[in-house]
Design a binder for this molecule. Sequence first.
Ligand SMILES: NC(=O)c1ccc[n+]([C@@H]2O[C@H](COP(=O)([O-])OP(=O)(O)OC[C@H]3O[C@@H](n4cnc5c(N)ncnc54)[C@H](OP(=O)(O)O)[C@@H]3O)[C@@H](O)[C@H]2O)c1
Length: 273
Amino acid sequence: MDAEGIAVVTGAGRGIGRGVALELARRGFETVATMRDPDAGAALVNEAAPLPGSLRVQRLDVTDPSTVDLPPGLRVLVNNAGVEAEHPAFEDTPLAVWRRMYETNVFGVIEVTRRAIPLLRASGGGVLCNVTSSSILAPVPFYGPYRSSKAAVSAIGESLRAELGPFGIRVLEIMPGPIATDMFENSGRPPEAIQHPDYRPMAERYHAGRQGIEAMITSVEDASRAIVDAILDDDAPLRVGCDPLAVGLLDAWRGQPDEAFLQSMLPAWSDGS
Ligand SMILES: NC(=O)c1ccc[n+]([C@@H]2O[C@H](COP(=O)([O-])OP(=O)(O)OC[C@H]3O[C@@H](n4cnc5c(N)ncnc54)[C@H](OP(=O)(O)O)[C@@H]3O)[C@@H](O)[C@H]2O)c1
């Protein structure tokens, strides 16, 4: 697609969303950077001022439908807003944690997307870009709520790819690996499962492995360039990584039968018994 028309990004106050909003304006889009607290966008507006496109800030909380007000002329929606939470063992994870996660990561995406589709159709097509996570490819222990919320969006995207294709709306799923944001930094703590004696050894192994990923972090700027490249590329596949770790994981996942891929991952967390 050409870099013209209106692009909306959710969760653009910081992190990947902020980077993608700036990159969209850099390529020429009329960008609407939406966020819960518009005050967080003041510096963003200044940063975008010299860019070829434009950028304005608008309040949007994906969990509050009354704040979802998308503009006519919409050509690109980036469903980026997301949350991560604590990681106890599954048996210690209260329903409230799942509900909180799904409220933003699943129902928030559903509501914004539902509102966007008629506008994208009226524009003659465009791109619906969902930011999920490369973690859904790996059987990461203690990440059930987060990974399943992202996997739900992944499945929704597959259905929409079929449903919206005839209208010229291309669905794109970005599956980030480790990107240098607050979310990634916060996920560096030991998982709460470490407090349960029966899960402690696995939680410790998970945490030790997580330290190894520190060397593979990608900057928000590099990830954002890769994301907007994929938005503009009409031949991009449905699932795209925006950093070397995610690209490698996707390649490995595509190259092996499902069970063989899972078996290749599990030893990282089990004690081999
Ligand atoms: N960073 C990574 O390594 C990584 C890896 C895989 C996937 N991802 C995914 O990438 C996306 C962006 O993550 P990030 O790393 O940039 O995270 P981040 O730095 O924690 O930023 C999250 C963004 O989402 C916004 N948000 C949260 N709840 C919201 C709501 N109800 N309505 C609107 N905005 C909301 C936050 O706004 P506030 O400032 O108001 O809190 C913030 O702008 C997420 O979907 C995440 O799951 C990230």
